[in-house]
Ligand binder design. Structure first.
Ligand code: NAP
Length: 285
């Protein structure tokens, strides 16, 4: 066995991008605390590599989260790489999503990310080094219709990451934002499961909005092959292993095209472009 490169924490390691990132980090020689709610999945993952330590945790449970953060603070060898990856989405027009759902979304995607980061920072400052990788999304730069609450959590992740990057740079700590487009993981299934009743409970007014948007997305992605989580895990590894990682890494279908338009167009022109792309520009109800 080679020397251990350091201690890493990957949240959301039971599936998708997080699982792949945890695998890759362990293969690279990091000792990886792999965290998520599904213990059976984490145990399976830990069987693959003795560098992986499973740590079941529900990030939306304030008490569990606090206990975990105390553990992080008292580690003899601090976490030097933190991959804040756990996250999920609910779908729906802003009018249709309950505040309870939105609060839960923010608990996991934003507040837990901040709390875990706060718990890891003292150790990183002691080491005078560290890498924090935060999973945003293409919708962290602009929303799609029916992704308002999820996009809001990712916009907030972008801001927190941008401020933190400047604050901790003097201590040798790097903060990296990862902005994936659509990636084939369980992400879509989870969102569908949480909001499968959307069309049946929405007001009649909104049905054509959801339908036009759904049809436009079907057209947009009909000829595109959706990449797997290894695309993003590779970027995470690239950032962690680089001597001078970029502030932001983006990858996935349509990401360059739409981010390019966002950079080129003013707000009015960009949202006209998006209304067209998402099938809502000429819809009158
Ligand atoms: N896939 C995409 O198209 C896409 C695009 C842009 C950004 N992203 C972002 O990429 C990240 C990873 O997503 P993914 O695509 O890999 O999705 P995924 O396969 O659904 O994985 C999400 C992970 O988050 C964990 N998680 C969810 N709620 C949790 C909670 N309350 N407590 C602890 N862990 C929780 C899940 O584990 P348990 O269910 O076992 O708790 C799972 O391991 C997310 O932040 C997502 O927003 C994904």
């Amino acid at each position: 066995m080679g020397t251990i490169k350091g201690k890493a924490l990957v949240t959301g390691a039971s599936s998708g991008i997080g699982r792949e990132a945890a695998r890759r980090m362990a293969q690279e020689g990091f000792q990886v605390i792999a965290s998520a709610r599904r213990k059976d999945r984490l145990d399976e993952l830990a069987k693959e590599n003795s560098n992986i330590l499973p740590r079941p945790l529900d990030l939306s449970d304030a008490q569990e989260l606090e206990k975990f953060c105390q553990e992080l603070s008292s580690l003899s060898e601090p976490i030097s790489v933190l991959i804040n990856n756990a996250g999920f989405s609910v779908r729906g027009a802003v009018e249709d999503v309950s505040l309870t759902s939105i609060r839960n979304l923010f608990e996991v995607n934003l507040f837990a990310l901040i709390r875990v980061t706060q718990a890891c920072l003292p150790g990183m400052r002691r080491l005078r080094k560290g890498t924090i990788v935060n999973l945003s999304s293409i919708v962290g730069k602009f929303p799609f219709p029916t992704s308002g609450p999820y996009s809001a959590t990712k916009h907030a992740v972008e801001s927190i990451s941008d401020a933190l990057r400047m604050e901790v740079r003097p201590f040798g700590i790097r903060v990296v934002t990862i902005r994936p487009g659509v990636i084939a993981t369980e992400f879509n299934d989870v969102a569908n499961r949480l909001t499968s009743d959307l069309l049946s409970r929405t007001d009649l007014d909104y049905k054509p909005v959801y339908q036009a948007y759904g049809a436009a997305m079907g057209r947009l992605f009909s000829n595109i092959s959706i990449p797997g989580p290894d695309l993003i895990a590779n970027l995470i590894l690239e950032a962690v292993l680089s001597d001078s990682p970029k502030a932001v890494y983006s990858a996935g279908p349509l990401v360059d095209e739409i981010l390019g338009q966002r950079a080129r167009l003013d707000d009015a022109a960009f949202y006209l472009f998006m209304s067209e792309k998402t099938g809502l520009k000429d819809l009158k109800i």
